[in-house]
Design a protein around this ligand. Structure first.
Ligand code: PLP
Length: 257
């Protein structure tokens, strides 16, 4: 082993590809002649704009993301999305959640603050050890979306087949499976994940959302920062983004390509 590194099977932040770490090391003191580390540079600089643009373009290529989907880089990890999803997508105030483990449970608890949450299927009876049959769910017509955690990191269950949403929008937490297998983005209204399991440093979430789901008519008390429109309109730079994490994610996308 070149660096005497630990085999890290932790469910938290995961191993990064060594060539990526080496590249970052080489660019640490002077990123491509800019005279700065990416940590030090303005997010409004041309150099950083190129970093974020390339990261998005490479992710779009890797996942074959259709043009009518936005890619957003949002701070707050996956956990902030537990609140942003109901705040933005609950138009009728109603959503169906499938309870398959610790992470969908947390998302359910948060969504209940914003509207009616229908838990249409659950595997709680067997300590979240399986994915319930979701081929014929009872989904009210005015349901805004169906929510799943596609890979339950703690309970260790993954969906072999997506649920039948009966034409409703599917929202999926892909935090611990992001980019691990082919994914047909058009099957979803929104895919998101905290990046620290499969892509980069913690604290950043990547949100892939169909454009028509980005609304303006949110509850006026919704914090500006919690609106997807804010991030979409500002190219993920409404405030100072997590430039370092975006830079590292971009490197991993290039490595995967
Ligand atoms: C499936 C899943 N969803 C959400 C989270 C929460 O992510 P974060 O720590 O980025 O808020 C995690 C793990 O931390 C997770 O494994």
């Amino acid at each position: 082993m070149k660096y005497g590194r630990t085999y890290n099977f932790s469910a938290g932040p995961a191993t990064m590809p060594e060539p990526v770490l080496e590249e970052i090391r080489d660019e640490m003191m002077n990123y491509r002649g800019s005279g700065m580390c990416v940590m030090e540079m303005s997010h409004r600089s041309k150099v950083f704009q190129q970093i974020i643009d390339e990261a998005e373009a490479d992710l779009r290529e890797l996942m074959n993301i259709p043009d009518n989907y936005k890619v957003l880089f949002i701070q707050g990890g996956a956990t902030l999305q537990f609140a942003m999803i109901p705040m933005n997508l609950m138009k009728n105030g109603k959503a169906v959640y499938i309870e398959t483990g610790a992470w969908s449970k947390k998302a359910i608890a948060e969504a209940k603050k914003y509207g009616e949450v229908i838990v249409a299927a659950s595997s709680k009876d067997k300590n979240y050890s399986y994915i319930p049959d979701c081929s014929d769910l009872d989904i009210p017509e005015d349901t805004d979306y169906v929510y799943i955690c596609e890979n339950e990191t703690i309970h260790g269950v993954t969906w072999p087949k997506l649920p039948n949403t009966k034409g409703h929008i599917l929202v999926s937490d892909q935090s611990s499976m992001f980019l691990s297998k082919p994914c047909n983005v058009a099957d979803y209204g929104m895919i998101y994940g905290g990046v620290q399991k499969n892509i980069g440093p913690a604290g950043l979430a990547i949100v892939i959302i169909r454009e028509d789901l980005i609304r303006e008519d949110l509850d006026p008390k919704t914090p500006i920062y919690m609106s997807y429109k804010t991030h979409a309109d500002a190219g993920s730079m409404y405030n100072t983004p997590n430039c370092w994490a975006i830079y590292v994610c971009g490197k991993v996308f290039k490595y995967l390509k």
